[in-house]
Design a protein around this ligand. Structure first.
Ligand code: HEC
Length: 226
């Protein structure tokens, strides 16, 4: 074999090898990929039997759910709270503190009420009740604040909590409703009847976000005293 022929043969072998490898790569690229089962987020359906709101939940997108929330339904939910609370402007404390303006108020700060140490500690951490913290607290008060005096089992259904928060917001709440953030719209719709729990991987109860400006009764322009 002349060296020219040898080169031709070697070149052909090399080209064939490359083609084989290339085909393999190509076919594995085409065939080995798992097809995406379902695009988008997964929605888990809350177990009907579970006690309390144990599972962590993705926070609702408050800017999306609050404008759609049913404050009248929230008023009906609030009937469950009335044995201990009222939400009237200037209403008296009872077994629980008066809840007028509680949305945007510092936890454990209503004058004249003897809060538990747990609730006072919450007030030291959290400048003001915001939607998300109320949502988590109302799911299971004792779970959220150990040692709380609020001996209420909690509201299991996300839509009940959203609606009652919308109702409380309408009772002197000082926190604005945020702009919708559709990226977080995996939130349960307040009108849903079966209580869907949103996607897994919930964020932990984090530090309060920009809610620290109106800790107590807001005087426009004057930050609340701490
Ligand atoms: C059995 C009585 C009882 C019931 C029913 C009850 N609460 Fe309470 N709630 C309390 C008490 C007592 C506190 C004070 C807790 C503490 O000091 O630890 C409290 C505290 C709170 C707070 C915090 C107030 C603050 O000033 O920081 C909110 C908000 C609240 N309750 C909302 C509700 C809602 C909404 C319902 C109904 C879904 C409800 N509660 C049902 C007794 C009750």
């Amino acid at each position: 074999m002349s060296s020219l022929n040898f080169n031709k043969v070697a070149g052909a072998v090399l080209a064939t090898g490359l083609a084989v490898v290339g085909l393999h790569e190509l076919s594995s690229g085409v065939f080995d990929k798992e097809p995406v089962a379902k695009p988008g987020y997964m929605v888990e359906v809350a177990a009907e039997t579970g006690g309390g709101a144990a599972a962590p939940e993705v926070p609702p997108d408050w800017g999306t759910v609050l404008p759609k929330a049913d404050a009248a339904a929230g008023a009906a939910v609030f009937e469950k709270c009335k044995s201990c609370h009222n939400a009237d402007n200037g209403g008296a404390n009872a077994t629980g503190p008066n809840l007028w303006g509680v949305v945007g108020r510092a936890p454990g700060s209503h004058p004249g009420f003897a809060y538990s140490d747990g609730m006072k500690a919450e007030g030291a951490k959290l400048p003001a009740w915001d939607y998300q913290h109320l949502y988590e607290f109302l799911a299971g008060p004792q779970k959220y604040i150990s040692g709380t005096k609020m001996s209420f089992v909690g509201l299991k259904k996300p839509e009940d909590r959203i609606n009652v928060i919308a109702y409380l917001h309408a009772q002197g709440g000082t926190l604005p409703i945020p702009a919708p953030n559709p990226a977080a719209a995996a939130a349960p719709a307040p009108t849903a009847s079966t209580g869907p729990a949103p996607a897994p991987g919930a964020a932990p109860a984090g530090k309060p976000t920009a809610t620290g400006t109106t800790a107590t009764v807001p005087t426009p322009g004057v930050p609340a005293a701490k």
